[in-house]
Design a protein around this ligand. Sequence first.
Ligand code: ADP
Ligand code: MG
Length: 698
Amino acid sequence: MTSKATDFLSTPLQFLKGVGPRKAADLKRAGLVVVEDLLYRLPFRYEDRSRMQPIASLRPGTKAAVLGDIKSSNLAVTRRRGFKIFHAVVGDSSGAIRCTWMNQAFLADILRAHLQVVIFGDVKLDSTGLHFMNPEYELVSDDISGVHTGRVVPFYEKTGVVTPNMQRRLVRQALDQLPPEIPDPLPAEMRARLQLVPRRTAIEESHFPPNDASVDVLNAFRSPAQHRLIFEEFFLFQIGHAWRRHASGTELKPLVPVVDDRIRASAAKVLPFKLTPGQRQAVKEIVDDMRRPEPMHRLLQGDVGAGKTIVALLAAIVAMENGLQVAFMAPTEILAGQHYGNIARLLASSRFRVDLLTGSTPGLQKHTLLANIERGTTNLVVGTHALVQEQVSFHKLGFVVIDEQHRFGVAQRASLRAKGLRPDVLLMTATPIPRTLALTDYSELDVSKIPDLPPGRKPVTTLVKPESRRDEIYDLIRRELEAGRQAYIIYPLVEESEKVDLKSATEMADHLQAEVFPAHRVAVLHGRMKQEAKDHVMHAFAAGRIEVLVSTTVVEVGVDVPNASIMVVEHAERFGLSQLHQLRGRVGRGQWESVCILLYQAPWSDDARERLKAMSSTTDGFAIAERDLELRGPGDFFGTRQSGLPTLRTGDLVRDRDIMEAAHREARALVERGGLTPELTSFVARQWHDQFGLIEVG
Ligand code: ADP
Ligand code: MG
């Protein structure tokens, strides 16, 4: 019986009645191949068509369902050639009403006199009186329960040529053929404890809810049936993660670092300031992980300027003191250069050799460098994604740091890790990750947070201004420059209009230099410049020789110039919330009061207004991230689909956060107590492979 049910779920839709090869091809294009695809594509909306109204009580401007007999009908030919109107009068014991369909002449053969019918639709009033215009209809016969009317009716998103009505009919048919017992991946004990309805019932009632179901609850996706299916999906996803985490925990590191007083002293020596409590806690969690036999997979979250770099460096010293090499990867050359500069300075008096490897490291130098990395002479190498190139091989890579990790693809992160012998991995991010996303993309990771900022930071004041107030803003900048501070002016760079924007950034820099700030030095920085030119500008800005930096978003991540106290973002309406937050983090890094001005050009969309409002109302990165997730949806949150987010069939990462939370808890607990059964395992493997499209588990 079980296998019969599984067979039916994996039956190609072509074998359903009324689905020929053509329709099957259409369905396939809409992503529907087998019966299970169809049954797991839930309605996006429900309408209550169960309450029949007496015709005499109908009011214009409402939606209503009535049940009656067809009293009469006629097909009218209009003056427009070939255009026909079909009228039918439907009556019940209270009265009668006219129904009108435009251009559906075939109805004359279906809605014949004396038949009993349910009509559902908009009640209209015009000079001819009350009527239904293009309503939905369904003939009432004894052997068929209502599919399109006379009940709570499901609505499906139109996908390709598959119309909602067609899908409704197919789903009904598939459900009628679905065996009464189907295998359930959720363990019975858990189902009972969490009061989850059986899978078969959940599928049936998510499509065709019982008549006492509340349409409001259904439309909020909170009916017991919907909840069960969403939980099932999240649970299978989380089991995959828990399983992977469990499996990687059984691989042991070839060398487990130790920490003694000598190593503590060595780390303390490089420390240029007192750590904040948050930093101290993070260092402790990381070093505790390093001393364990299993490799570390930890995510370090801390808002921009929270001081993640020094935390990573202290852990790196522990690794190097234990004879291990360290790779420190950053997403841009500017950032890698900056990290290299800082780390080399801090380690100058140590015995550790620090090197920099980027795409623009000159050939000869690169040759020597690669040899040093391979021989182990280089203890710590900072670099861009150049580090994952094939020619780079390490002597004894034991610790990997990936800064601004979401800027890298899953594959890049994995291939750097693969260059070591089960190294400890520390991922860092200044984009606070909302809890639900952390539970999906980073479910296997342990997380450390730095909740505090180094002392003396002043919150950045944020102003949202129309472009027309530009002159006032220039005055504000001028005042800062005269007080010895520096300024950023940021231009967006949208791919389609890259050239135009570059031109405007460059022209803007010229204009600002010549007419607005003739007494100060202005320069431009953008991604298309040669590396040397970029470095030159960045160094000059860091050293204060350039006072106004007109830049595209290349300064977005990590750049640290504490003397910069004012930032203007041009076309702020074009930026995402998290990106604006990152940009704003470039100011307010020193002891000065800082300001960030978001200039917008009207007209702006409601979304843009919401984003800029959120920016001016909080500087809390976590609050901003949650808001960003709500506004943009999870797919766009990281600006990339590479991030390993699953393709979901029933659940929604924003709407169903709490269900994900529960699924995560249950899955971890089950895997940790060794509760994986072969049956569950095969469900998970199939789901991960077919649906989530993620790397194999196990
Ligand atoms: P992020 O977390 O954004 O990567 P950084 O590591 O770049 O932050 O640190 C931001 C700035 O704060 C740097 O100039 C760094 O030297 C400084 N900093 C970090 N920690 C402290 C601290 N505990 N006390 C004082 N300054 C600190
Ligand atoms: Mg940083």
